[in-house]
Design a protein around this ligand. Structure first.
Ligand code: 5GP
Length: 188
């Protein structure tokens, strides 16, 4: 997606350890006009999939996911990173966080992820695919089908894309970063 690529080159910043900071338009301050266009592009790419629900993981996936849900008129559910004491019928799994380098338990109510669901999973970044694998595990527990996974930015030099595509998941990434070596952003 050309507009997104230009924005990453203009405003993205590289950090050691293969981290791309996009907190002036995605991760902290958000650009809703760009987010809307991102959502339209996800919808275009997944238009042939029988999706009835958008699922994401808090926090940075929520903004693009709600835009997609709004345009498609579909419900949006976010996977929580903390177990609420009041949640009943909870499905949970453990995910390793690449940016924070720790494991955490993620959960979703099985009232909102059911065998009737055909899910489009949306997230900001695809790195090693840990969050996405957690989503696959939750969908398996729920008996839901994952129709596809859409990421705003995929870092192709980390292995999440290969992992997911190797499992037969339909993956669409709107910008693919080939390298962040020497603090240079190389976009495909
Ligand atoms: P994964 O689970 O694929 O290893 O990592 C994806 C998650 O880690 C995303 O939800 C995102 O929040 C975070 N993440 C991974 N790499 C980056 C990065 O380069 N920059 C930012 N801002 N977040 C990242």
């Amino acid at each position: 997606m050309e507009l997104l690529k230009q924005r990453i080159l203009q405003d993205g910043r590289c950090y050691p350890g293969g981290i791309l900071k996009v907190d002036s338009f995605i991760n902290h301050q958000m650009d809703p006009m760009l987010m809307y266009k991102i959502a339209e592009e996800f919808i275009r790419r997944f238009q042939d999939c029988p999706i009835n629900k958008i699922v994401t993981i808090e926090a940075s996936g929520i903004a693009p996911a709600i835009m997609v849900g709004y345009i498609m008129r579909l419900p949006v559910v976010f996977v929580k990173k903390k177990k609420p004491k009041t949640m009943e019928n909870m499905l949970s799994t453990v995910v390793h966080s690449f940016t924070k380098d720790r494991d955490y338990t993620v959960c979703i109510s099985n009232n909102f992820l059911t065998p009737e669901d055909h899910v489009l999973f949306i997230d900001d970044f695809l790195a090693y695919g840990n969050a996405a694998m957690g989503m696959i595990e939750l969908a398996e527990q729920a008996g839901a089908v994952i129709e596809g996974m859409g990421f705003i930015i995929e870092k192709a030099f980390q292995d999440g894309g290969n992992l997911l595509r190797g499992r037969g998941i339909r993956v669409e990434s709107l910008a693919i970063i080939d390298s962040l070596d020497d603090c240079m952003i190389a976009i495909r």
